[in-house]
Design a binder for this molecule. Structure first.
Ligand code: UD1
Length: 370
């Protein structure tokens, strides 16, 4: 069945790929995007969107713009959001306003103009620390890391006896532990969707995304994902700056696999009411990805390990993707080294302003890196 899909924040990195995947499935696509400067620079038009996509320029908090964008839409993908964990800890009003008030305005309009299904982009950051196992094999759902009093203290969370905990894949049933304003705002977006959609006869689905990478990520945005930040540093001949000791683990998932997950969430009969992790199923350390990216870009510049942590950051969180595999048939297809080679090729053709140093100063001035 062909749908008209409204993608809020659809001119962004993930949105453009979701739009393309929806078009390939024969759907009509409309995008509502405010083209914020931190992501889009001084451009006034959406770049990189397929020409068949209808674009409404406007803020998700603007009722009139939303009403225009919702006209005739049968499904919604809600991506409009501020995305930086570090920045969320000082730009609090902006993050809460765009992410939470924005979602509230969207639903306020949907009450009178319902669609069949709403798919919201939630985040693995809502888990806080992922799931861990101790040396005796017990699973820990509530790991937190103690503040480090000295250089010798471990970065990893430990159990009550001070023994190291080892990260294991985190499934959807793990309780949320909201460690940043960003995480809190994403959880609110997720819950608003899963509470309000069924209350008004709509279907709600939440996808908890891990660390998305791929061509098209905003390179000059110093608060974007770590791979784009590293790419921009290396492109400018600068060493990647690594927080902590670089051994923190994440799951880096290619944006095309994420687009596949959105299509499944939009179309699959088993998706409604569900929350689903979206990752690649493979975890890597931040140092490893810095090194591999340097090699892929032909700029093997040794990273700078800062030994400092960003306030609000978690240590490890790796994805258990068995639920989305089993229930929706999701199958990540993109190999990491091929994905890096493709990213390197794309970056080589871009201009990327390196604003990372300034962003770090901004966080340091506020005591948010220690
Ligand atoms: C990221 C996304 C968030 C998404 C989440 C899902 C961004 C900005 N954030 O958060 O939207 O919901 O994944 O997993 O895309 N790091 C460095 N040096 C840097 C920047 C980061 O070492 O210059 C480290 C961080 O300290 C952290 C890791 O890299 O340990 C990942 O950071 P980041 O890319 O910001 O991702 P998340 O915080 O995981």
């Amino acid at each position: 069945m062909t749908d008209t899909i409204l993608i809020t924040g659809g001119a962004g990195f993930i949105g453009r790929h979701v739009a393309r995947a929806c078009l390939e499935r024969g759907h009509k696509v409309r995008v509502l995007d405010s083209l914020i400067e931190q992501v889009h620079g001084d451009k006034t038009e959406a770049d990189g969107l397929d020409p068949e996509v209808e674009v409404v320029v406007g803020d998700v908090r603007d009722e009139a713009a939303l009403l225009r964008a919702l006209k005739g839409a049968t499904k919604v993908v809600h991506l409009a959001a501020e995305v930086g964990v570090g920045q969320s800890m000082y730009a609090v009003d902006r993050y809460v306003s765009v992410n939470d008030y924005g979602t509230a305005v969207l639903f306020q309009q949907l009450i009178d103009n319902p669609v069949r299904r709403v798919v919201v982009a939630s985040s693995m950051s809502i888990y806080g620390e992922g799931l861990y196992r101790d040396v005796d094999g017990n699973v820990h759902e509530d790991a937190v890391r103690a503040p480090r009093a000295s250089e010798r203290d471990p970065w990893d969370p430990t159990d009550a006896q001070g023994r190291p905990l080892v990260p294991v894949p985190t499934p959807e049933w793990k309780r949320p532990a909201l460690a940043s304003v960003y995480a809190l705002s994403k959880y609110v977006q997720e819950r608003l969707t899963l509470t309000l959609a069924p209350a008004y006869g709509m279907e709600g689905v939440a996808l908890r995304l891990w660390n998305v990478y791929g061509p098209g990520q905003a390179l000059s945005n110093p608060y974007t994902g770590v791979l784009a930040i590293f790419a921009s540093r290396l492109h400018n001949g600068q060493p990647p700056m690594i927080f902590e000791d670089g051994r923190q683990r994440r799951d880096f998932v290619h944006v095309e696999d994420v687009a596949q997950a959105f299509v499944l969430a939009l179309e699959h009969e088993k998706a409604p009411g569900g929350v689903f992790n979206v990752g690649s199923g493979q975890d890597r350390t931040v140092s490893e990805v810095a090194e591999l990216l340097g090699q892929a870009m032909g700029r093997p510049i040794a990273p700078e390990i800062t030994g400092k942590a960003r306030v609000g950051d978690i240590r490890h969180c790796i994805a258990d993707i068995s639920k989305i595999r089993q229930e929706l048939g999701y199958a990540p297809r993109r190999d990491f080294s091929e994905g890096l080679a493709e990213l390197a090729e794309w970056v080589a053709k871009q201009e990327a302003k390196d604003l990372v140093q300034e962003a770090r100063k901004e966080l340091e001035a506020r005591g948010l890196v220690a």
